[in-house]
Design a binder for this molecule. Sequence first.
Ligand code: SAH
Length: 327
Amino acid sequence: MDLALLQRTLTDAGQPSFRAGQVWSWAARGAAGYADMTNVPAALRDELDERVPFSTLAVSHQAQSSDGTVKALFHTHDGRPVEAVLMRYRDGRRSLCVSSQSGCPLTCTFCATGSMAYGRNLTTSEILDQALHFRRIEDVDHLVFMGMGEPMMNLDNVLAACRRLPDIGITNRRTTISTVGWVPGIDRLAQTGMPLRLAFSLHAADDALRSQIMPVNDRYPLLDVLAACRRWHHAKRQPVYIEYVMLAGVNDRHEQAVALAGLLDRKSFKVNLIPYNPSGSPYDGSGPDAIEAFRAALEQHGMRVTVRLTRGRDIAAACGQLAAATG
Ligand code: SAH
């Protein structure tokens, strides 16, 4: 729901100032439409129905994976594709993966989003409407900005959305912003009072390889990003999650695990190894044995390491697979 338009419409209609909060609170709790809002006068509900679309996004396609993961493809009013995913875990956790941009201006070579056309930053309302779509299906409690786009390039709208996520059931402590290593964004995040979590997509432990697979590394080299991550850790007293996508013969050798451990320290960082999901790129994913050996090497060098559970691969909803063409 376009919250600025809602506010304007209510003001024009001479409504009391509490009305916008009342409408938002219904939406945030999963109301299906204005008709549900029983404490809003019926005539006003009709007027809102006409003047303020209930969502800024239209659902174009929705698919459910055999593991319960649900992917939705939306379009904005100007026809830009946006994808978001609901992941259901056995322990009851419901985690959303949302987009901050339509497409992405960065060109990470292993990522499906990087190969599609960049559209634009999403508005605060377009970010929130992804979460509200799934909130209408069921309760949700975690959210990661790991869909399309680089959240640090749209940080004003991302943070404005994060301020409202707790109303939907997702606290800032359960919200993670994932970045390619956009240094000014990391520093800004360190200065906000919001207890958001930070994930850094590192993927290669030396500048030459990292620049080759993630051109953004030329702009923000690895050591500069790690210094920013340590400043963030110092301010927030929380570990930075290091994301590392496992590419066979590219970044999965033993000495690369040792080099990675050498860059990090156990207190400030936790490593999350990500099995590669086919994205039409020239890479092959490391096999389970290679991932396990890499994990063991990191652990031997003192790191805390987990291997990411892959979800939704059969519906192209796994990391790096969010591209409108596959929707
Ligand atoms: N731009 C942000 C957020 C979006 S990507 C970032 O890069 O962090 C979310 C995660 O998915 C990143 O760690 C990204 O590197 C990873 N990813 C991209 N392509 C992938 C693929 N094909 N397989 C597995 N993970 C991938």
